[in-house]
Design a protein around this ligand. Structure first.
Ligand SMILES: C[S@@+](CC[C@H](N)C(=O)[O-])C[C@H]1O[C@@H](n2cnc3c(N)ncnc32)[C@H](O)[C@@H]1O
Length: 305
C-alpha cells in the first residue's frame, strides 16, 4: 500500500516548533498525521496537541491515533476558525503551531478532480462539506471572474482568452471533467504541464479560499502563541510563501509609518522575531526521496511578547 503522505521537512519543522515539552500545540493541517506523530514522540505525557484538518480521511486517521494517545484531540475544521476552536476548548494560549499547507499526496492521488492526470468530475474541494466545487466555478462564473482567478492565482498570461473559451465551450456542453478542462487549457495556453498546473492550482485556491484562510489562520496563530512559542509554516507555492513572509515581516516591524514620515507616529511594536531570514529548503536527499518536497519552504517566527 502506498504511504498516505510523506511528511516534508519533518525534523527541521519539529525541531523549531518544540520549545516546551509539556506545552499545548496546534497542528493546523493534520493530513496523514506525520508531523503530529513526530511532535507527540518528542513531548511529555502532560502535553496536548490539537490537530485540525478539513478532510474526512484525516479525521478517520486522527481518531485512530487519538484513541491510543490521549494527548491528541482532533477537530475537523478550517484553520481559519482557530480562534473559535481554541475558545471552545477553553485554551487561552498555545506553545506553538505548524501549518503544512496545500494538499496531501493521498488527496492528489485518490480524491476527485484535483489532478489533470486523471479524468474525473471537476471537484477540488478539500472539505467535501463545501457547497461550491470547481464544477460550479467553471460552469457559472462570468468570463471576467474566471480570468481574474487565472491571473491572480495562476499568473496565467492567456487568462482572458482561456476564460472566453471556457464560457463558449460550456454554452455548447457543460465542462464536467478534468479531461475536458485540460483539453481546453491545452488548446488556449499550450499543452505544457506548467500551464495545466497553473490553471488547476488557480481553481483549487479559489474553491478552497486557500489564501484567505491562510491569512486568517496566521493571524490567529500569532495572536494565541505565548511568549517564546513559534509559528512554523511550510508552503509550496509563491503566493502562499508571500503571505507568510509578509505577515512575519509586518509582525516583526517596529514601525509601519510611510517612508517619507519624519517621526514615527504609528505606535507599532514588534510581536515576533523572524528565525528564518531565508526560508529553509529540503536537502537534495529529501527531494530525491520525495518529489513533493521540491517546492517546500519553511519559515518560522517566534513570539516575543
Ligand atoms: C500537506 S498536507 C499535511 C500533511 C501532514 N503534515 C502530514 O504529515 O501528513 C495538507 C493538509 O492540510 C489540509 N488543509 C488545507 N487547507 C486547510 C485549512 N484551511 N484548514 C484545515 N486543513 C487544511 C488538507 O486537507 C491536507 O490534509
Amino acid at each position: 500500500m502506498s504511504v498516505y503522505h510523506e511528511p516534508v521537512l519533518l525534523k527541521e519543522s519539529i525541531d523549531f516548533l518544540v520549545t516546551d515539552l509539556s506545552g499545548t500545540y496546534v497542528d493546523a493541517t493534520f493530513g496523514g498525521g506525520g508531523h503530529t506523530r513526530e511532535l507527540l514522540s518528542r513531548l511529555n505525557p502532560d502535553a496536548h496537541v490539537i490537530a485540525l484538518d478539513v478532510d474526512q480521511n484525516s479525521h478517520r486517521i486522527a481518531e485512530e491515533l487519538s484513541a491510543s494517545d490521549r494527548r491528541l484531540s482532533f477537530v475537523r475544521n478550517n484553520f481559519s476558525s482557530l480562534p473559535e476552536i481554541l475558545r471552545e476548548q477553553n485554551i487561552k494560549s498555545i506553545s506553538g503551531s505548524l501549518f503544512d499547507l496545500g494538499v496531501s499526496s493521498y488527496q492528489i492521488d485518490n480524491e476527485a478532480g484535483f489532478s489533470y492526470r486523471r479524468d474525473e468530475r471537476l471537484d477540488m474541494r478539500l472539505d467535501k462539506r463545501l457547497e461550491v466545487s470547481a464544477y460550479e466555478i467553471v460552469n457559472s462564473y462570468s468570463s471576467d471572474e474566471l480570468a481574474d482567478i487565472f491571473t491572480k492565482y495562476g499568473e496565467e498570461p492567456r487568462s482572458r482568452a482561456l476564460a472566453r473559451t471556457i464560457v463558449k465551450e460550456r454554452g455548447i456542453k457543460k465542462v464536467e471533467t478534468t479531461a475536458r478542462l485540460a483539453d481546453i487549457v491545452g488548446r488556449v495556453c499550450g499543452k505544457s504541464v506548467k500551464a495545466l498546473s497553473r490553471i488547476f492550482q488557480a481553481l483549487r485556491i479559489e474553491v478552497n479560499k486557500e489564501l484567505d484562510s491562510l491569512s486568517e489562520g496566521l493571524d490567529a496563530a500569532v495572536n494565541f502563541t505565548s511568549r517564546g512559542g513559534r509559528v512554523t509554516v511550510i508552503s509550496y507555492h509563491s503566493l502562499e510563501d508571500r503571505i507568510v513572509k509578509d505577515k512575519f515581516k509586518y509582525e516583526a516591524a517596529t514601525c509601519v509609518c510611510p517612508p517619507e514620515a519624519i517621526i514615527c507616529t504609528c505606535g507599532k511594536t514588534a510581536r515576533v522575531k523572524i528565525l528564518t531570514r531565508k526560508p529553509i529548503l529540503p536537502g537534495e536527499d529529501e527531494v530525491r526521496r520525495n518529489r513533493r518536497a521540491r517546492s517546500a519552504k519553511l519559515r518560522v517566527a517566534e513570539k516575543i511578547v
